[in-house]
Write a protein that binds this ligand. Structure first.
Ligand SMILES: Nc1nc2c(ncn2[C@@H]2O[C@H](COP(=O)(O)OP(=O)(O)OP(=O)(O)O)[C@@H](O)[C@H]2O)c(=O)[nH]1
Ligand SMILES: [Zn+2]
Length: 334
């Protein structure tokens, strides 16, 4: 409790770590403080998350986040396990690096899926092919990704340092760079190589080649040059959350779909279907077409689940109100 002799100060800071009920906030001088969250949130997406700029009010020992400033971008994912809820991963990200390890042959479908998540955030997107020291065909894989998925690619290795300055440059001029990718892709190693310090623990690869799930806390790190970098948790089963990300990740197919003769073309049997025509001519690969359909179905399914969750919540609200109204009427003798 504050006493009248304590002064109250208000300042703006950035969340560098989020925990349940409290956050760590860095101020303009680089000092980091733990603050309790005093913002009423009805949607988990509105709770302060890593990368958020927040208003902090400090009275004596009590430090509280009282407001989350409007977000420019938000990197989010559908909660694992097929729920329709979305989880915020990082806010105000300028560039998302989709990190893919070259220790295994990358699956274009998995990269595509991560690209949709990345593009949905509203940030710029790059694919970063890391562990180049373990692959002899890095340039071919890079060409494939640029050619087939239309994404900008940087090839690098945390071990040899190749390409690290190019990745670090994504966080130049005060920009915030977020690393996303599956577990074991090499995100933490990349982050350590950029920061030049062991800031995050890396996970050893299991003998079956799959990443082990590490539980290190993910923090936003301020770089000496003014930029910021954050390593997000390894995304295992990433759900596709928004159709606008899909539109960016598949801009080529979506633009074809817009020139189909019928506006509601299902791209299956209709005459004048520009998508099928591109498939027939070979300018669109069957692999990319099928990947687009799969992710589209998934986004649609998640949207419907979200809608039914909202409908259920509204029903509960209505039931609660009628119950209260009945009680009110009873009390008044009606
Ligand atoms: N040879 C080589 N190995 C690397 C490189 N980068 C990472 N590794 C190894 O790959 C494994 C996984 O790397 P991490 O950096 O922990 O991967 P991560 O993406 O952070 O994984 P999660 O924390 O599970 O999300 C570790 O054994 C690293 O030593 C690289 O550039 N070259
Ligand atoms: Zn069509």
């Amino acid at each position: 409790m504050s006493t009248s002799s304590e002064t109250t100060t208000a300042w703006t800071g950035r969340v560098v770590r989020g925990d349940r009920g409290s956050v760590r906030v860095v101020d303009g001088d680089g000092g980091v403080t733990t603050a309790r969250v005093a913002v009423a949130v009805s949607d988990p997406l509105d709770a302060p998350c890593v990368g958020d700029w927040v208003s902090v009010v400090q009275t004596g020992d009590d430090v509280a986040v009282v407001a989350v400033l409007p977000r420019r971008t938000l990197l989010e994912r559908a909660e694992p396990g097929g729920s329709s809820r979305h989880q915020p991963l990082a806010a105000n990200v300028d560039v998302v690096a989709v990190v893919v390890g070259l220790d295994q042959m990358p699956s274009l479908e998995k990269v595509e899926r991560l690209l949709v998540v990345a593009w949905s955030s509203g940030a710029a997107v790059h694919v970063v092919l890391t562990k180049a020291d373990l692959a002899s065909d890095a340039a071919d894989v890079a060409d494939d990704i640029t050619g087939q998925l239309g994404a900008a690619v940087i090839v690098c290795s945390a071990t040899t340092g190749e390409g690290i300055p190019e990745v670090a440059a994504l966080a130049a001029d005060g920009a915030t760079l977020a690393l996303v990718g599956s577990s074991g892709a090499g995100k933490s190693s990349l982050m350590n190589a950029i920061v030049g310090d062991e800031v995050v623990a890396t996970s050893a690869i299991r003998s079956d080649g799959r990443g082990r799930h590490t539980t290190v806390r993910r923090e936003l790190v301020a770089l000496p040059g003014g930029g910021w970098i954050i390593d997000t948790p390894g995304l295992r089963g990433v759900g596709v959350t928004a159709s606008d990300g899909l539109a960016s990740a598949f801009a080529d197919v979506e633009s074809l779909a817009r020139s189909c003769r019928f506006a509601d073309c299902t791209h299956e049997v209709e005459p004048g279907c520009a998508v099928r025509a591109a498939l027939d001519s070979g300018s669109l690969t069957l692999r990319r077409y099928e990947s687009w359909r799969t992710l589209q179905r998934e986004a649609l399914w998640l949207e419907r689940r979200t809608d039914s969750r909202l409908a259920a919540e509204q029903n509960r609200q209505v039931r609660r109100t009628t119950r209260e109204q009945r009680r009110f009427r009873r009390a008044r003798g009606h």
